[in-house]
Design a protein around this ligand. Structure first.
Ligand code: BGC
Length: 429
């Protein structure tokens, strides 16, 4: 049975964000920043201080970088050579979960097991060298409260992580204890930063004119360099944790997804835009169109990307992805409709993310003209999801008019690792 046309149209409408709405969201976001700078408990975004500014580009030395951002943990040995140059000397990585084998992120895992697993990886990166002393920078991509560059304390897990015993703890203490249990005495964790901060440090190290760093991947979040123009405070990067921003209009799919999630009511923007959740939103829309709302199909954002990219006459790829996930054989016309649904979800995501960038750009400019600048972004959605960059550019134009030409977004691939090494170097200043 072909899709019900009215239902299809209503789904498209629900994922459409008009220009007016976009402007309202950007203005609300800016307002939220202003309020948050005075009192972060009053804003949606957490506005967490990172205790680090921008690097000079001259940082040097050999450092270990731990990139703990999602299910894949990586440890890198990085040589900073100054003048924005660097070399990755060693890279090891492993997933925190292999279904059927082990799981360090579920509710039945433990903090000790998780950090022992990470300490093992750090040890692997050392290649048996237990003599040379290393400073370690840690990119830890979850909301953490800090009072200095070292002591990031996990406020709450996001991205459906549920490992008990880490929330409320200083993550580098857990890491140091695990390194001690393993007998690794030559590694000193000195800095913890959010992955958005890592991306900004990495981009600023390599090129100038970058004040905003963002992750657009499994999760979503942005940071920026707050100049503190009205006070004597030194400029400092603020990790917004704007995945929590909630002055938005969630549709019925967003509401349902939120109710079913690990942390209902939290991370409302992230649940509308990030890779971890876009596949779920799409799955719910497909289930409705197939008249099987009660079923949960596990479409991923990679499926969505494959679906959107299929330009074949008979939409063979769409048919096969849908058959794999739902066991239903679709007609070509309905495949095209599903492509539009997937595209709309991606378009909405890019538009919402851009409105937050523009809120920050307005905040940075204050009463002055907007400065020419890059926005550094890392993450699979930005890098690989079709339609994302185009929609970011369209939304920038809609919101900024001619000033949009002053802004470009740049991919900062691998910034999480490099940023951690830079933070380790900066901890010595
Ligand atoms: C976390 C942020 C992180 C983002 C991207 C969010 O779920 O709360 O700290 O920057 O994911 O990894």
């Amino acid at each position: 049975m072909p899709f019900d046309h009215k239902l299809y149209q209503s789904i498209i409408d629900e994922f459409t964000v008009s220009s007016d709405e976009l402007k309202k969201i950007a203005a609300n976001f800016r307002q939220d920043l202003r309020i948050g700078l005075r009192d972060s408990s009053q804003s949606d975004s957490r506005m967490l201080k990172s205790y680090v500014g921008l690097p000079t580009g001259a940082e040097r030395g050999e450092y270990l970088a731990l990139d703990f951002g999602g299910t894949n943990v990586r440890v890198l040995k990085i040589q900073l050579r100054g003048s924005g140059r660097f070399e990755v000397l060693k890279r090891v990585g492993r997933p925190l979960i292999v279904p059927g084998e082990y799981d360090h992120i579920g509710a039945n895992s433990s903090a000790e097991e998780m950090f022992d697993f990470i300490a093992e990886l750090v040890d692997e990166a050392l290649d048996g060298d237990h003599e040379k002393q290393y400073l370690l920078g840690h990119t830890f991509s979850f909301p953490s409260m800090q009072t200095n560059l070292y002591n990031a304390r996990l406020i709450t897990w996001t991205k459906e992580f549920a490992t008990p015993g880490v929330e409320g703890k200083i993550v580098n203490d857990l890491l140091s204890q695990a390194l001690e249990r393993r007998g690794v005495k030559n590694v000193d964790p000195v800095a913890t930063i959010n992955d958005t901060v890592a991306v900004l440090l990495s981009a600023a190290y390599q090129r100038g004119s970058t004040y905003i760093g963002s992750i657009y991947a499994t999760g979503h979040n942005t940071c920026y360099l707050e100049p503190y123009n009205d006070s004597d405070d030194e400029p400092m990067i603020i990790n917004l944790e704007c995945g929590r921003f909630s002055k938005l209009t969630p549709n019925r799919f967003d509401k349902l997804l939120d109710e079913k999630s690990e942390k209902p009511g939290e991370q409302r923007l992230e649940k509308m835009v990030s890779g971890r959740y876009m596949g779920e939103l799409f799955s719910m829309a497909v289930a409705e169109l197939l008249g099987e709302s009660e079923k949960s199909f596990n479409f991923t954002s990679i499926d969505m990307s494959n679906i959107i990219m299929d330009e074949s006459i008979s939409r063979e790829n769409v048919k096969s992805v849908v058959k794999d996930r739902t066991n239903v054989e679709l007609e070509t016309k309905d495949c095209e409709r599903l492509q539009t649904v997937a595209s709309k979800i991606v378009e909405r995501s890019a538009r919402l993310v851009t409105s937050t960038f523009v809120g920050i750009i307005w905040q940075l400019a204050g009463d002055e003209d907007i400065k020419r600048q890059h926005i550094a972004i890392d993450g699979s959605v930005y890098e690989k999801m079709p339609l994302t960059k185009e929609n970011i550019n369209i939304a920038l134009k809609e919101l900024l008019g001619d000033d949009a030409k002053l802004i470009d977004t740049v991919l900062d691939n691998g910034g999480s690792g490099l940023g951690a090494a830079i933070a380790a170097a900066m901890s010595q200043d």
